[in-house]
Design a binder for this molecule. Structure first.
Ligand SMILES: [Zn+2]
Length: 584
């Protein structure tokens, strides 16, 4: 028997005639249906088994190339990196640093494990039989091929021909997994009417679905006039778990698409109530919808969203920033004007000249952070197990008996910064240069640095000890807790030097507020060495004087945002800003 399927809408006929659904004997209507299609069987070439895809390889290569060179003009710039490197905390800087590191290899996508090529056109039953014969994998063929099709976003038609083949072999029965993968493709290709058909089948066949199936149905239904049923599915999910941010996003999007603003905001409040961080797309959707609404209450809620971004140290993406700008400029009678700009080193906005908030922690913030780090993290944290309590005590006594330092130096880390130079020479260069500026220095080191060797010369280490206070820990100790302790203990003016970005510690900090303060403190207090010229002159990176965070003065807003093509690590901040101010 040969059959094929053409129209998308015709497929549910097969389903509705499924005995499982209690709608009548399967075979009669399947055969009828198949006969309908049979006539055109020979008019088209249905598929080609050999569909090696040079375009795909090309596309993947293009993506890799794009990721590797996020900005135009970055190509071939590597030689200049040391003299022209972006700020330590600037978006994209970490990416660049990793590119400079020859050890980091590109992640090359491995090719699909292919004993066979995926069909690109619907197959008939014999063709599916043949394909299955060719399949030499261990896994169940139907599961494997449907997973591959979902992975490669095959067309709905091809997937439908697979389901028809499976259904014909199994008296119209198709497993749940296969059905969900089919649903995934329908949702992905935005075949809403097909989604509704699968929805009907699932409703009839299963009392309740697992969250994966529900999530797909929600995503598919919100575009239809039956979008309210997506809210019922959300209720179903809530019976067993907290819905995902994506579930909420889809429902909110559905409500906004259908002009139901109240439902959208209610869902948003509910999401926040679960302590779920909303997707930026959700927030953007409210702004996009807002430009057609002239309503103070709605406006105030949008301003609340901006404050939410501030409090949670979140940054909108480029298109979200455009939505915010468009919305502000659409508010009648307020005459907002927006522009995309950058902030000068002095902390002044290049757009309007206003000064951006300072990076300095207030005395209260500083005391709060210091207390948290000294008590909760250094004394109590498990992560410092490599440091013995005796040694920590010895260090704390040492620090107590010294006057406050201006700069704390991670000696080992700094010394290894320029692999071609002798370690003790690099350390001595850094210390001498800073000592000339009358700064009180603390060098943290290890005991092994004091043993004469080719990398560590005794005379140079003696010169270091003459110009700086030094503490040499056991060779097994971790440096970071000592560095944090000494810097925080010395006061808000004290800076530190290490190449290490202390990401691990940030993750260990007890709560979001402490993490934000730590990040702000780190940005304002970590000195980075960006160059060491022949003749021992060391160049330090300027510390930004302003805080990169959403901020307002009432008649102005300054909103840092992420550019689409710049990959920013979690400890970096954006360099681009949206400046909004009211024209008076
Ligand atoms: Zn400005």
């Amino acid at each position: 028997m040969t059959f094929c399927f053409t129209g998308i809408r015709s497929f549910p006929k097969l389903w509705k005639s499924n005995p499982y659904l209690g709608l009548g004997p399967a075979h009669s209507s399947v055969c009828l249906f198949l006969k309908d299609c049979y006539g055109i069987r020979n008019q088209q070439k249905w598929f080609s088994l050999k569909t090696a895809s040079p375009q795909n390889t090309k596309a993947v290569n293009l993506l890799i190339a794009k990721a590797r060179y996020p900005r135009k003009g970055d190509k071939g710039n590597k030689k200049q990196v040391s003299s022209d490197s972006p700020h330590l905390f600037a978006a994209g800087a970490a990416k660049k640093r990793s590119q400079m590191n020859p050890q980091s290899k590109d992640h090359v996508l491995s090719p699909v494990r292919d004993t066979i090529q995926l069909p690109t056109k619907p197959l008939n039953s014999e063709e599916w039989d043949k394909l299955k014969e060719d399949f030499k994998g261990k896994a169940n063929f139907e599961n494997w091929i449907s997973s591959q099709m979902a992975h490669c976003r095959s067309s709905v038609d091809v997937a439908k021909s697979l389901l028809a083949w499976v259904a014909a072999k199994n008296n119209g029965i198709i497993g749940y997994d296969l059905l969900v993968k089919y649903l995934y493709l329908c949702v992905f290709h935005k075949q809403t009417s097909e989604v509704i058909d699968v929805y009907e089948i699932m409703k009839t066949r299963y009392k309740s679905l697992e969250s994966g199936g529900n999530s797909l149905l929600i995503r598919g239904l919100i575009h239809s006039d039956r979008w309210r049923e997506a809210l019922l599915l959300l209720e179903d999910i809530k019976k067993v778990m907290i819905p995902s941010k994506k579930n909420y996003h889809d429902c909110i999007q559905g409500a906004l698409l259908h002009q139901d603003v109240k439902t959208a905001w209610d869902l948003y409040q509910e999401l926040l109530g679960h302590d779920v961080v909303p997707m930026l797309e959700t927030l953007k959707a409210f702004f996009d919808f807002g430009k057609d609404i002239k309503d103070d209450q709605y406006s105030n809620k949008l301003l609340d969203i901006l404050l939410y971004l501030r409090n949670n140290q979140l940054y909108p993406g480029e298109s979200f920033a455009h939505s915010v700008k468009t919305w502000f400029e659409s508010v009648p009678g307020e005459q907002w004007k927006g522009q995309f700009t950058t902030i000068q080193k002095s902390g002044q906005c290049l757009g309007c000249g206003k000064t951006i908030e300072s990076i300095r922690l207030s005395p209260e913030e500083y005391e709060f952070l210091k207390g948290k780090i000294l008590r909760d993290v250094i004394d109590g944290g498990d992560q410092y197990k490599k440091t013995t309590p005796q040694e920590l005590k010895r260090f704390q006594n040492f620090v107590k008996h010294c006057p406050p330092f201006d700069i704390v130096i991670d000696g080992l880390n700094v010394a290894k910064m320029f692999p071609k130079s002798r370690e003790s020479q690099v350390l001595l260069d850094v210390v001498s240069q800073l000592a000339k500026q009358n700064l009180r220095l603390l060098v943290l080191g290890r005991k092994h640095m004091l043993r004469q060797g080719s990398r560590w010369r005794r005379d140079e280490m003696e010169m270091v000890q003459k110009q700086a206070s030094c503490f040499f820990a056991d060779n097994i100790s971790e440096d970071d807790p000592f560095l944090l302790y000494a810097t925080l203990h010395s006061g808000n003016h004290c800076k530190f030097i290490t190449k290490d970005l202390m990401r691990d510690h940030k993750a260990c900090l007890p709560d979001a507020k402490t993490q934000r303060l730590f990040f702000k403190w780190q940005q304002g207090h970590q000195l980075a060495i960006i160059n060491r010229l022949p003749g021992s002159k060391i160049t330090f990176q300027r510390i930004l004087s302003h805080d990169t965070v959403v901020q307002t003065t009432g008649d102005s807003w300054h909103i840092p945002y992420d550019e689409d093509l710049v990959e920013r690590y979690s400890y970096e901040v954006p360099t681009k800003w949206l400046c909004l101010h009211r024209q008076t």
